[in-house]
Design a binder for this molecule. Structure first.
Ligand SMILES: [Zn+2]
Ligand SMILES: [Zn+2]
Ligand SMILES: [Zn+2]
Length: 283
């Protein structure tokens, strides 16, 4: 299993339009952050998590030519408004791309991308992204890959993080409900949003993210959705060894996820749990 950071920046991107700060003017390529998104490759499947306004540049930079599914964490513009660009992928695979999101995000997607999703547009075929929309519920299966939806707080909204095997991705986040903690049990590699040092109504600060990472206790963690207030080198130097800052183009190699039969147990309430799941010891 492999995770590629397509983008690691907050909604403004870094550099930010009109800003003359040291980070925005920095020559360190790790301080150039497109909007937050990852690509997950697991068990022969390629999953895009969020479709940022920079999806086209991200795809060209990483020479992407295939997607099997799209996962959307929430319907804010910085996570969604590159969705039209997936039309190149849906044409290449010559069939519609499945998109998974929660009910709230699907409502906004249907409204904003009506031209692509209503029957008439779909019948036109090649001029629009060809998508099939699926409400994710507790989990979704893409080929053999089990994707577990992890509800998280993002200011006044409850949005989704995703867990795949020993990996979890919690971008825009300023709280994890207690009910989601069991879904993150024994996670090996955790990606957590951390905007800046000053507090923010809808995002964790670096200190708050570290506190939550401590609570979830993964083997290692990466911070993402980073603003221009954080210089890569200076910020990372002050982090604990097992927590690093993500940057555009960073690739993580993970062990193949355990068979989903070992991971997912659906409770009477329909919520997946991870009882009995254990990540094998790593060297
Ligand atoms: Zn965002
Ligand atoms: Zn700046
Ligand atoms: Zn957001």
């Amino acid at each position: 299993m492999q995770v590629l950071f397509l983008g690691s920046g907050t909604s403004y991107g870094v550099p930010m339009i009109g800003c003359g700060c040291a980070v925005c003017g920095s020559s360190d390529p790790r301080n150039k952050r497109t909007r937050a998104s990852i690509l997950v490759r697991a068990q022969g499947q390629t999953l895009l998590v969020d479709a940022t306004p920079e999806l086209r540049q991200q795809a060209l930079r990483e020479r992407l030519n295939h997607l099997d599914a799209i996962l959307i964490t929430h319907a804010h513009a910085d996570h969604l408004f590159g969705l039209d660009d997936v039309r190149a992928f849906s044409h290449l695979r010559k069939e519609a791309l499945p998109l998974y999101a929660d009910a709230a995000a699907l409502r906004i997607i249907r409204k904003n991308f009506d031209y692509a999703i209503n029957d008439t547009a779909f019948a036109l075929g090649w001029g629009v992204p060809r998508l099939t929309l699926h409400e994710i519920g507790a989990s979704a299966r893409v080929g053999e890959v089990e994707v577990i939806a992890v509800p998280i707080f993002h200011g006044p909204w409850t949005i989704l993080g995703f867990r795949i095997g020993g990996f979890a991705y919690l971008t825009d986040c300023n709280g994890v409900p207690d009910s989601s903690l069991p879904l993150l049990k024994n996670v090996d590699t955790l990606v957590m949003g951390a905007l800046r040092h000053e507090s923010h109504p809808t995002h964790f600060t670096v200190a708050e993210a570290l506190e939550m990472i401590e609570k979830i206790a993964p083997r290692r963690a990466y911070l993402t959705h980073i603003s221009h207030q954080l210089d890569h080198q200076a910020t990372e130097a002050a982090l604990p060894e097992r927590v690093r800052l993500a940057y555009d183009g960073l690739t993580l190699d993970l062990d193949d996820p355990l068979p989903s039969s070992l991971i997912v147990e659906t409770t009477a309430s329909g919520r997946a749990t991870l009882e009995g799941f254990a990540v094998p010891a790593r060297p």
